[in-house]
Write a protein that binds this ligand. Structure first.
Ligand code: EPZ
Length: 419
């Protein structure tokens, strides 16, 4: 099992290219099921999650052409051979559950394994299922699978919480339903807006994506399209934190402030200088210690839960005490015990963590538990004395393409060792 070894490196300098968005790309791939004509995706990130979802789609009969060294995928769902999304794949990749809406929208039937929980929380799917029932689907649960079927009719769907996945599943089902669907309290994440843009390119009639109310007028058929995956705002934010911890200046190529406005505001409150350039976003550490800043995670346009761990790693070095409140997932502080092993001063009480900054941390062997917790440990190791060894790096391969290469490219002392 590979591991990553990090040593203190001194100030960073240079450019990091930001890849296409994992969480957008996975849903765009699911949307290919809605048409019998090819959907070509460009700027695809080369990640294990993309490979896993490709396996699932191919098991349904989707043909996938890989071009441009895997950065372009041509997905053709002309001849679907199955409507069963098996537990073996869905349990590895929760986003697989988002084949449910497209499958029932296209074929009127879907059998999809329940995704089950994961390290950060129970990850229920009740909002997804209630939404599909509102569209007229019959939904039964049996032996760990969702059996959904029916000719869908437009309806009003109001979510109790602006769930990203549920909004996307219901939107994909609604594009082929008869009549108009109004989704209220919809997710406003850029990923969800990007999915709507792709569906519109395929001939769907959708208004309001990116706001809390989305109106979908069903159409009989979707045609093929070529669509570019947007920049990954979570990868962007992750690499913006790197100079916040190690010092120096890094330009994140392809970065846009509108993808992360709330996060950028908090980074500036901590003392970092953020400049929009023609090529992306430049982040500069002013020297000395950053200031402690409080954060409460929230649905977009709030501070992203997927950047909470990285921000906490940065606050471990700040002057003062930062209060971090995690409101989206019930168990998303698993990086805290590992940071504490490195000498951080963190007091976790329920969904709130009090982080009191220290001058420096001590490198240690640490364990990765989920995608974002893993990368926060690497970031912390970049300013720790001695060596930090991060195990279970397969978590990282799910969401960070060429992480070691990108960090070494700006002067970080990071290397990957294969067992
Ligand atoms: C997406 O997960 C992302 N994953 C997550 O990124 C991200 O953290 C999350 O949105 C929030 O932004 C993908 O897009 C593949 P939710 P999703 O439905 O859709 C509860 C990463 O690191 N809920 O908005 O599952 C749920 O338990 C991952 O890249 C229900 O109770 O998020 C959670 O507490 C991690 N019932 C909250 O809502 C439901 O039916 C937010 O979930 C659905 C959700």
């Amino acid at each position: 099992m590979d591991r990553i070894v990090v040593k203190g490196s001194g100030p960073l300098s240079g450019q990091i290219p930001i890849a296409g968005a994992k969480n957008t790309c996975l849903k765009l791939m699911c949307a290919s099921l809605l048409s019998d004509e090819p959907l070509t995706l460009t700027n695809v990130p080369r990640l294990s999650d993309v490979a896993t979802l490709s396996d699932l789609l191919e098991s349904l009969g989707v043909q996938i052409g890989r071009l441009d060294d895997g950065r372009t995928l041509a997905l053709s769902a002309a001849d679907l051979t199955s409507q069963l999304a098996h537990y073996d794949i869905v349990r590895k990749l929760r986003a697989s559950f988002n084949v449910l809406g497209p499958l029932i929208g296209r074929t009127g039937e879907a059998i999809v394994s329940l995704p089950g929980g994961c390290a950060i929380g129970a990850r229920a799917v009740d909002f997804h299922l209630e939404g599909l029932k509102k569209l007229g689907a019959s939904v039964d649960l049996k032996d760990g699978y969702v059996y959904a079927s029916g000719d869908l009719k437009g309806a009003e769907v109001e979510f109790p919480f602006p769930s990203v996945g549920a909004t996307e599943n219901v939107m994909c089902a609604a594009v082929r339903a008869k009549g108009t669907t109004v989704i209220k309290n919809a997710a406003r994440e850029p990923d969800t807006k990007a999915l709507a843009d792709c569906l519109i390119a395929m001939g769907a009639d959708i208004e309001g994506a990116g706001t809390e109310q989305i109106v979908v007028r069903g159409v009989d058929k979707l045609h093929g399209a070529t669509h570019r995956v947007i920049t990954d705002r979570i990868e962007l934010g992750t690499y913006m934190v790197a100079p916040g911890i190690a010092g120096g200046e890094v330009e994140c190529l392809g970065g846009r402030r509108d993808l992360l406005a709330a996060f950028c505001d908090k980074m500036e409150q901590a003392g970092l200088e953020i400049t929009e350039t023609d090529a992306g976003l430049k982040v500069r550490h002013p020297g000395g210690r950053l200031k402690a800043v409080g954060v409460t995670t929230a649905p977009f346009p709030g501070f992203p839960t997927d950047l909470q761990a990285q921000f906490m790693a940065m606050m471990c070095f700040a002057e003062g005490t930062s209060v971090l409140e995690e409101t989206i997932f019930e168990n998303r502080f698993m990086h805290a015990p590992e940071l504490i092993r490195m000498g951080a001063s963190i007091d976790v009480q329920g969904n709130t963590a009090h982080v009191t900054g220290v001058e420096t941390l001590k490198g240690a062997p640490v364990m990765a538990t989920d995608l974002r917790a893993s990368v926060s440990l690497i970031l912390a190791g970049m300013a720790a004395e001695g060596e930090t060894v991060v195990n279970r790096v397969y978590h990282l391969d799910r969401g960070y393409e060429q992480l070691v290469r990108k960090l070494r490219g700006v002067g970080a002392n990071v290397e990957r060792l294969s067992e």
